[in-house]
Design a protein around this ligand. Structure first.
Ligand SMILES: NC(=O)c1ccc[n+]([C@@H]2O[C@H](COP(=O)([O-])OP(=O)(O)OC[C@H]3O[C@@H](n4cnc5c(N)ncnc54)[C@H](OP(=O)(O)O)[C@@H]3O)[C@@H](O)[C@H]2O)c1
Length: 353
């Protein structure tokens, strides 16, 4: 008898369990008994807008290795692992992390320097490297997306990065990542001192109408990189903070964003960079009728990108947001609702084991 696993797929605006046969492992794959998965806005946006119906959902995960492919030498049964995959894949509907048994290519796993433990008290910012299953599951999509956003940026001394929406889960990671790259960092957000103070960066209140001028002044007009993690506000204010003295990048987590009208005459030095997490995993990402950017540089060099991600995460000790735990994949829709309201916390679903 073939063994099966349970995968949550999108159907008509909901997620429902689907029994999928467990297929044999390819040589470079690892099979994981999933402990925790995190919820990201892309999950509920995909499901509720019917963007990938019939496909397994979910990206972030952590768990324990139960089998490895013949070419896998760096992981063995019993190892704890974490990482992220590409859910909502209509061409490969058996992908997605919202499952009890996950098959993943070893290159997408984080190179954890230690074993993960179960969380005892999650509602705090991690002291450094993620050490619990929940923390490790909470950071994959955020750090992978951040790596796509910054690409191979190597700032010169004195350059500044501005993170708009620094208390979102991506913004929180991106601020640390940017600082590790060598940028001085300004975070913009609604006031949230418990989250912002641990970052050790300059911060400005998003509700202050003068925040763009203040940002320019703080940075001595040296903001060369800005990342929009909110994706709901017009880009004109963020755009206005970028320097005219040298090339500058405005990266947006809305892959369909465009620069403000008149941008070429206002500041010809600025280039728009649409960011898409899935560029690390798929040459072409299909999501309903959305036109999504391709990024061959990222896709063709994904191994190198994961080296950078692992260095950032573990050597540089990226801290993770406090976790809010939901119990059981059957509560995914409850977790989606929590994620829609979440501020300064990551929603993580622990599987019932
Ligand atoms: N393109 C990609 O590959 C990619 C990857 C990751 C994320 N994203 C997108 O990026 C956005 C952020 O994702 P996330 O997972 O980082 O977000 P998150 O932690 O789930 O937070 C998102 C929401 O938190 C609220 N929020 C928290 N702090 C805020 C602040 N300082 N300023 C404004 N709003 C704030 C906003 O909702 P309220 O306005 O309701 O308060 C915001 O939409 C989402 O739209 C997501 O879909 C895209």
């Amino acid at each position: 008898m073939t063994e099966s696993r349970e995968l949550y797929v999108a159907v008509g605006g909901k997620v429902i369990p689907w029994q999928v046969p467990i297929r044999p492992l390819a040589p470079t794959e690892v099979r994981v008994k999933v402990h925790s998965v995190a919820v990201n806005p892309i999950d509920w946006k995909t499901v509720e807008n019917n963007l990938a119906d019939g496909a397994g959902q979910g990206n972030d995960f952590s768990g324990v290795v139960i089998a490895v492919g013949t070419d896998v030498k760096d992981y063995k049964q019993g190892d704890t692992v974490a990482g992220a995959v590409a859910g909502g894949d209509v061409d490969n509907p058996e992908n997605g992390s919202f499952t009890n048994i996950l098959t993943v290519d070893r290159k997408y796993l984080f190179k954890l320097p230690h074993s993960l433990s179960k969380s005892t008290h999650s509602w705090h910012i991690s002291d450094g490297i993620p050490v619990t299953f929940e923390q490790a599951a909470s950071v994959g999509l955020a750090i992978d997306t951040t790596a796509v956003a910054f690409g191979r940026s190597k700032p010169e001394k004195g350059e500044w990065a501005l993170i708009y929406g620094v208390t979102t889960s991506t913004g929180f990671v991106a601020a640390q990542y940017a600082r590790n790259l060598g940028y001085s960092v300004i975070g913009v957000s609604a006031p949230f001192p418990e989250i912002i103070d641990v970052l050790g960066i300059e911060s400005l209140d998003r509700n202050d109408p003068e925040w763009p001028e203040k940002a320019k002044k703080l940075a001595g007009d040296k903001i060369t990189f800005a990342l929009d993690c909110v994706t709901k506000d017009p880009l004109d204010k963020i755009f206005s903070t970028l320097t005219k003295e040298q090339p500058a990048v405005l990266a947006s987590l809305d892959p369909g964003a465009s620069l403000p009208e008149g941008h070429e005459s206002a500041n010809p030095k600025v280039t728009l960079k649409p960011v898409l997490y899935f560029n690390l995993f798929q040459k072409v990402k299909k999501l309903g009728s959305l036109a999504l950017p391709e990024n061959p540089e990222v896709y063709n060099n994904s191994e190198a990108y994961f080296d950078i991600i692992n260095t950032q995460l573990f050597k540089n000790q990226i801290r993770t947001l406090p976790i809010t735990i939901v119990h059981g994949l059957d509560k995914l829709e409850e977790a989606f609702d929590l994620s829609k309201k979440a501020r300064g916390t990551k929603i993580v679903v622990n599987l019932k084991i």
